[in-house]
Design a protein around this ligand. Structure first.
Ligand SMILES: O=C(O)CCC(=O)C(=O)O
Length: 246
């Protein structure tokens, strides 16, 4: 796909899977790094309350926010031009600013699902440039609870969410199974608009699913409210922050 075809696809569909942005070897090294960080921490389980209605039993999720504060490997990845150039092109901006990062490991056989939602419900912004890049560090076929998207749903704008159980969309109106499963391989990166309705299923496979999510925005896109602060928020990943020079 050419660069302009990628941008067109993203603008039409609200997501883009970039195959092989990292090599399998690099992805494997980042996988080790994620599991190392989580082994050193005592992570809490962030499974959403509403996920219990989807999981069909007890499921678990292991995570770590602000991954770059735990290992320099993630600091290097955040500014890697292979990632930041795509993020800039998809936003139509020269400048890419960090919002937050998080590692997610969905453990084998019982990895928690995410009910369908828009990230915009968690941290609304004024210009809606915000995107997430989900780096896959191991293969994520459907049975591992890969991310599912509703193509084109970003064009509806922000939708009302249910706060209880983790800011999600009504489960009956937005069933996970109806969304498109975006299966990925180690090294692939899924870019998602923060308005794109997405979620993911239970990991029922024999291996964990390991990802790093980097949430980014155009620095000129301001938060609509004082919500969701994180360490390192506002760091420039590419270009400059014009507001700092005003
Ligand atoms: O990694 C996943 O399965 C989905 C994560 C997600 O939807 C989120 O963090 O908003």
């Amino acid at each position: 796909m050419t660069d302009s075809a990628r941008v067109r696809f993203y603008r039409d569909n609200g997501y883009l899977l970039v195959k092989g942005l990292l090599s399998r070897r690099e992805a494997g090294a980042y996988r080790e790094e994620c599991h190392g960080v989580l082994a050193r921490l005592r992570p809490t389980d962030p499974t959403w309350g509403s996920a219990r209605q989807l999981g069909g039993g007890a499921t678990e999720l292991r995570h770590c926010h602000d991954a770059q504060f735990y290992s320099a490997a993630f600091a290097r990845l955040m500014v890697d031009p292979r990632f930041t150039d795509v993020a800039a092109a998809l936003m139509g901006s020269e400048n890419v600013q960090l919002h937050h990062t998080k590692i997610f490991v969905k453990p084998a056989e019982k990895g928690s699902p995410f009910p369908m939602h828009q990230d915009a419900a968690h941290f609304p912004h004024t210009r809606h440039t915000m995107g997430a890049a989900i780096f896959h560090f191991d293969d994520a076929p459907e049975e591992k609870g890969c991310v599912r998207v509703v193509p084109g749903s970003h064009r509806n704008g922000p939708l009302p969410h249910i706060e209880e159980g983790g800011w999600h969309l009504p489960l009956s109106q937005w069933p996970l199974e109806s969304a498109l499963a975006v299966e990925a391989e180690a090294g692939d990166v899924l870019f998602l608009s923060y308005l794109t309705v997405h979620g993911s299923g239970v990991n029922r496979a024999e291996q964990a699913r390991t990802t790093l999510l980097i949430q980014y925005r155009d620095p000129e896109d301001r938060p609509a409210g004082d919500v969701h602060r994180s360490r390192g928020q506002g760091m420039m990943l590419r270009g400059v922050d014009p507001a700092r020079y005003a």
